[in-house]
Write a protein that binds this ligand. Structure first.
Ligand code: KIV
Ligand code: ZN
Length: 526
């Protein structure tokens, strides 16, 4: 009989830690609803103690989404208590607490003598702390996951001791993360097999794996993990996450699906929702999917060479190991236009996985009409892009009111802008090396600030001359990265919107930091 693998999705927690990713609370709730449609088993909704916005997002998801909701916490009482507060209304809840176990982490993070003088003493402190904190978490709920951070580089004998203590204290899931993406599949699989063999109470917990992709091996390591006894896999949509990301949910799930002949495992994932989920996460997070990305990349089912096309025409299986339809990529393109109406728009959005409230639909309908005026045919990708543009964003501090840009081969590019900030309008003009530079300089002058841009990219969302342009601007402000997205059929307008959106992300961050300062319980741990 095939055995079930629990899919623990951490797009909203580890995924959101991707450099430059920023999701609003409403976007997180919408993604969580889509993850439920995809039928993941557990949603890790965030790290509640880290900020009021994180707390609020986890709480809203707990109120609205009916799968197991996990909240992350360090092995500290305040984290655990806050994590529970945020998930207490969920019908199924899990506290996920973690301690660092590798010598790299123990020596690097617990350097002070407070944890002991020698490595052996420090290891003992971590062991005791893990036990105590799992026991403390257990006073709030029954479903407790414990992670041994950097388990991939942790000494096996010590790891086995920590795992045994965590289970003894009440952990029901033991997660073995390859935090730095260092291990190789047979080595990682061996670690799981040895834990199964050495830890005497291991049958009282489910073993989970959480692999990072620094060497491009996250999915391979996860597969090796389940072949050696793990029964939960932690993963993210599009493989987003810290640095090179996490194991990609779609790749792991489709490997089990396509190679049913080889694997004795199954998941409950509704694979037909994979594509919608991938595109929703990409549009909201601003992290584009690389064209050649397995399963969900734009080219994943494209056949370019003549020989391949000929083979495909004769028999799809010549070059295709799964159908696009099996992951929700359909050829039937439903095109909307000006006369499609609000109802038609709502219906198509629902088919793409979105469930806007009536107020949100008002906003999107207004943007849709503007777009349909400029562009006769509105495609699915246009709609997805519009959804990621404004609908679920926190209210903007800086809003673009007007731009005028003059540029030519023999003139100095000049831009004039008007920006609204807290009900007041600020206008100014500037020149630049090119029209975009002039535009950004004019915005800087209008709002009397200066920003450093790390990267600027522009792409067309759909094909054809009237395609919408999507601009992503990444900025570094006080050592923190912010990314802003703007879309329009006019790429200069899209550029100005993206620039202001990155500045608005920074404003949101500053407001959050102020709120944190005024809440003493959170200040204690940050
Ligand atoms: O990579 C990691 O170790 C983590 C833990 C917090 C589970 O994300
Ligand atoms: Zn991680």
């Amino acid at each position: 009989m095939k055995e079930k693998i629990i899919i623990f999705d951490t797009t909203l927690r580890d995924g959101e830690q991707s450099p430059g990713a920023s999701l609003s609370i409403l976007e997180k709730v919408e993604i969580a609803k889509q993850l439920a449609k995809l039928r993941v088993d557990v949603i890790e909704a965030g790290f509640p103690v880290s900020s009021p916005a994180q707390f609020e997002a986890v709480k809203r998801i707990s109120d609205e989404v009916g799968v197991v909701i996990a909240a992350l916490s360090r092995a500290k009482e305040i984290d655990i208590k806050t994590a529970f507060e945020s998930i207490k209304t969920a019908s199924k809840k899990r506290i996920h607490t973690f301690s660092s176990t590798s010598d790299y982490h123990i020596l690097g993070k617990f350097g002070s003598d407070k944890y002991g003088k020698t490595l052996a003493e420090k290891r003992n402190t971590v062991l005791q702390m893990s036990y105590d904190m799992v026991q403390y978490a257990k006073t709030f709920c029954n479903d407790i996951e414990f992670s041994a951070e950097d388990a991939g580089r942790t000494d096996l004998t010590y790891l086995a001791e920590v795992v045994e203590a965590a289970i003894e204290a009440g952990a029901t899931t033991i997660n073995i993360p390859d935090t730095t993406g260092y291990t190789i599949p047979d080595e990682f699989g061996y670690k799981i097999a040895e834990l199964k063999r050495r830890v005497k109470n291991i049958d009282k917990a489910i073993i989970s794996v959480h692999c990072h992709n620094d060497l491009g091996l996250a999915v391979a390591n996860s597969i090796s993990g389940i072949e050696n006894g793990a029964r939960q896999v932690e993963c993210t949509i599009n493989g987003i996450g810290e640095r090179a990301g996490n194991a990609s949910l779609e790749e792991f799930v489709m490997a089990l699906n396509v190679r049913k002949d080889k694997f004795n495992f199954f998941t409950d994932i509704n694979t037909k929702e994979i594509f919608n989920t991938s595109r929703m996460v990409s549009a909201f997070s601003g992290i584009l999917v690389q064209p050649n990305k397995a399963i969900v990349g734009q080219n994943a089912f494209a056949h370019e060479s003549g020989i391949h096309q000929d083979g495909m025409l004769k028999n799809r299986e010549t070059y295709e190991i799964m159908t696009p339809e099996s992951v929700g990529v359909t050829k039937t393109m439903i095109v909307l236009g000006r006369h499609s109406g609000r109802h038609g728009l709502k219906k198509r959005l629902a088919e793409l996985g979105y469930s806007p409230t009536e107020n949100e639909l008002d906003k999107i309908y207004a943007s849709f009409l503007k777009l349909a005026d400029k562009k006769k045919e509105v495609y699915d990708d246009d709609l997805r892009t519009l959804m990621g543009d404004e609908v679920y964003k926190e209210s903007n501090n800086y809003e673009l009111m007007y731009i005028n840009v003059n540029s030519g081969t023999s003139s100095i590019p000049t831009a004039t802008v008007s920006v609204k900030y807290k009900e007041k309008e600020f206008s100014d003009s500037a020149t630049g090396d090119g029209p975009v530079d002039a535009l950004f300089n004019a915005i800087d002058r209008a709002i009397k600030k200066k920003f450093k841009i790390e990267s600027y990219s522009v792409r067309s969302v759909t094909s054809g001359r009237q395609a919408m342009g999507e601009v992503v601007v990444r900025m570094l402000i006080n050592e923190k990265r912010y990314s802003g997205r703007g879309v329009s059929t006019d790429i200069l307008e899209a550029s100005a919107k993206a620039y202001l959106s990155a500045i608005n992300q920074n404003e949101i961050f500053i407001n959050e930091a102020e709120k944190i300062k005024s809440q003493s319980s959170i200040t204690e741990v940050i």
